[in-house]
Design a protein around this ligand. Structure first.
Ligand SMILES: NC(=O)c1ccc[n+]([C@@H]2O[C@H](COP(=O)([O-])OP(=O)(O)OC[C@H]3O[C@@H](n4cnc5c(N)ncnc54)[C@H](OP(=O)(O)O)[C@@H]3O)[C@@H](O)[C@H]2O)c1
Length: 309
């Protein structure tokens, strides 16, 4: 659905009080897209509240902003999305520092990617994946709805082409992004009457530490799996690893610039796709299921039997 179809969404951003230094909270600002977004917005004169889990990462970001000529524009705050107390404390802080002006932007960038066959995945890890990538962005919107309303702010949710295509071994991650897409679609219409826009950004592959982290997490998940179970999935695993290593990746700064556009544009779109691979992936998602499954199985060279024994 396009935001352009909703009446009343074309009004200019009416927050003169924050026009000089609008405020944005960026989650997952310790690395990758969150880091790049924090610096991008600081460079554009925004006041950036950067959610990180470790103080050392917050300090490094503050220093990077200063090195880039935006000293004093970034403030870090502790924010582990698996800790409700962190979310409450961060929201209190945001409300305090944005008193009078409200919160102009919430960028939900924090995320993790779990990889592995669903049959073998401990369900508590699946819950954790969904909690960080899908539930926490809504918990933040709830906690920050008052300052967001006051500023007629924008919520930018980092989805992915994986929010449109679910592929083997990435089921937990894809589920989390499909859920984020669904939640964003509902939220966009729910908050529209107050001028709060909800925008989804869908990158393809981006060169960030997420890929190494996902590989390490997958190895940790894989290690305790009994050899017989591992053997069943070996061929598919090799195919997926081969595919994962292919293709060019976008730079996180390119995604950050798109996020900036989503935060600043007078008439932001409901969705922004970043990267040729994301466009291709979205086109792929329109194929009939049978064709998609066949193409995926062919690409990964899986040996899954198609007939009953
Ligand atoms: N990289 C890609 O190819 C790609 C493609 C499409 C979409 N995306 C999405 O873009 C977003 C950013 O990913 P990225 O590529 O920038 O990955 P990244 O470099 O690994 O950054 C992920 C961030 O999330 C934070 N995080 C992880 N668990 C957290 C938790 N429990 N609470 C709070 N923060 C947590 C990490 O903090 P720590 O450093 O403390 O772990 C880090 O700051 C994610 O939502 C991802 O799904 C990425």
């Amino acid at each position: 659905m396009s935001s352009d179809s909703h009446p009343g969404l074309h009004a200019p951003r009416p927050n003169p009080a924050s026009a000089q230094h609008p405020t944005v909270l960026v989650t997952g600002a310790s690395s990758g897209i969150g880091w790049a977004t924090a610096l991008e917005m600081a460079g554009r004169g925004w006041r950036v509240l950067a959610g990180v889990r470790r103080p050392v990462d917050g300090e490094a970001l503050v220093q990077a902003a200063a090195d880039g000529g935006a000293a004093g524009s970034v403030e870090w705050l502790p924010l582990d999305l698996l800790r409700p107390d962190d979310i409450a404390a961060a929201a209190d802080h945001v409300r305090r520092v944005s008193q009078g002006t409200g919160l102009d932007g919430l960028v939900n960038s924090a995320g993790v990617a779990l990889a592995g066959p669903l049959e073998l995945l401990p369900v508590e890890r699946l819950r954790e994946q969904l909690e960080i990538n899908s539930v926490a962005p809504i918990a933040l919107v709830q906690a920050l709805s008052e300052p967001l309303r006051r500023a007629r702010g924008r919520v930018v949710n980092l989805s992915s082409v994986s929010g449109r295509n679910s592929v083997p071994f990435l089921g937990p991650y894809c589920a989390s992004k499909f859920a984020l897409e669904a939640l964003s679609d509902a939220l966009r219409v729910e908050l529209a009457p107050w001028g709060v826009r909800v925008i989804v950004v869908q990158p393809g592959k981006v060169a960030t530490p997420m890929w190494d982290r996902a590989r390490t997490a997958a190895q940790d998940l894989w290690a305790p799996v009994p050899a017989a179970d591992q053997d069943r999935y070996q061929a598919m695993k090799r195919g997926i690893e081969r595919l994962a290593g292919q293709g060019r990746m976008s730079e996180p700064q390119a995604v950050a610039r798109v996020i900036a556009r989503a935060l600043i544009a007078r008439r932001p779109r409901a969705r922004y796709v970043v990267g040729w691979d994301a466009r291709l992936g979205i086109a792929f998602s329109h194929l009939p299921d049978r064709w998609r499954d066949w193409l995926i199985r062919r690409a990964i060279g899986g040996t899954a039997a198609s007939r009953r024994p």
